[in-house]
Design a protein around this ligand. Structure first.
Ligand SMILES: Cc1cc2nc3c(=O)[nH]c(=O)nc-3n(C[C@H](O)[C@H](O)[C@H](O)COP(=O)(O)O)c2cc1C
Length: 300
């Protein structure tokens, strides 16, 4: 077992290589050592919510094999903040870990900011960077938090908390925002404005899509699966488009982690060429396994 070392500096952090494991795979921070040994340069845990929650009823994860894609409606199943923080206190120290944070299903959107603040506070000392997840399609109405007003409120609150931490001598931990591939250009313009206004550090583009366009899998099968976020090969081009749009609109000034449909060195390069600094993989890892991760890490 060896880890591909292609060191890369991003947001003041040194990464072993530029390929990370996207959020949702190790939701509970249980397998960090093992996943690191499979070749990932960094691992994003979560989405973590303040209280533990079971997520949606099973079945909730479906492979679309012909499309090398996946539909999931997991619904933020996780062990909850306190258990995950305890685990992270014992984590391998030579590994970069991101903390992806969200809100509990029972928390109304008007109070969502509190859930993000609680997660940010308790995770601050045990992760290396944060991702604010307002883009999962599987928590009802969550994506409405991508609108300018609620999003601005959440991000400003976290930036204020971070300033307070820094004033007590803690180091600055980057805050990124994870966005949906289903946002239109006007909404993406708003996202760029909000990043600039709040001073957060970057964007993770993208989460899963609610679109079902272009699939080879039969309509009947897709309909029988039902709701959920679609990821994998089918998402590749749209996610790259979103990366390119944000990169261009911000004149290259917003740091970006590119994710969505990466399954080869070529598709990873597409994200980098569109303006991403780092990439993450989830569905491609399900189909391609560890060898693919090493191939991509070596190629970048
Ligand atoms: C089963 C599954 C669970 C996921 N859970 C989360 C999650 O909890 N939080 C999150 O931000 N993204 C989650 N995602 C989205 C991925 O992190 C990623 O953004 C998306 O799948 C696109 O990448 P891919 O095409 O490489 O899978 C999940 C994806 C899958 C397939």
């Amino acid at each position: 077992m060896y880890v591909v070392r292609k060191e890369y500096e991003f947001l003041g952090i040194r990464f072993k290589n530029r390929v990370g494991l996207a959020a949702g795979f190790d939701k509970n921070a249980k397998y960090l050592g093992e996943l690191s040994a499979l070749g990932f340069g960094f691992i994003e845990i979560g989405t973590v919510t303040p209280k533990p929650q079971a997520g949606n009823d099973k079945p909730r994860l479906f492979r679309l094999i012909e499309d090398e894609s996946v539909i999931n409606r997991m619904g933020f199943n996780n062990d909850g903040l306190d258990v995950i923080v305890k685990r992270l206190q014992l984590r391998p120290k030579d590994l970069i870990v991101g903390g992806n944070i969200g809100k509990n299903k029972v928390t109304p959107n008007e109070e969502a900011v509190n859930d993000y603040k609680i997660c940010f506070d308790k995770l601050y000392d045990v992760v290396d960077y944060f991702v604010v997840n307002v883009s999962s399609p599987n928590t009802p109405n969550l994506r409405e938090l991508q609108d300018k007003k609620p999003l601005g409120e959440i991000l400003k609150a976290l930036i204020e908390m971070r300033s307070a931490f820094i004033s007590t001598g803690k180091i600055c931990k980057p805050i990124l925002l994870k966005i949906a591939p289903d946002l239109g250009n006007e909404q993406l313009d708003d996202v760029v404005d909000i990043v600039n206004e709040t001073g957060i550090d970057g964007i993770v583009a993208t989460n899963t899509t609610i679109s079902r366009a272009g699939l080879l899998t039969s309509k009947e099968k897709v309909e029988s699966i039902g709701s959920g976020g679609l990821s994998g090969k089918i998402l590749s081009d749209r996610a790259t488009e979103v990366v390119a749009y944000i990169h261009k609109k911000s004149s290259g000034k917003i740091p970006i982690i590119g994710v969505g449909g990466i399954y080869s060195a070529k598709t990873a390069h597409d994200k980098i060429n569109a303006g991403a600094d780092l990439v993450q993989v989830y569905s491609g890892f399900i189909y391609g396994g560890p060898q693919m991760i090493k191939n991509i890490a070596k190629a970048l």
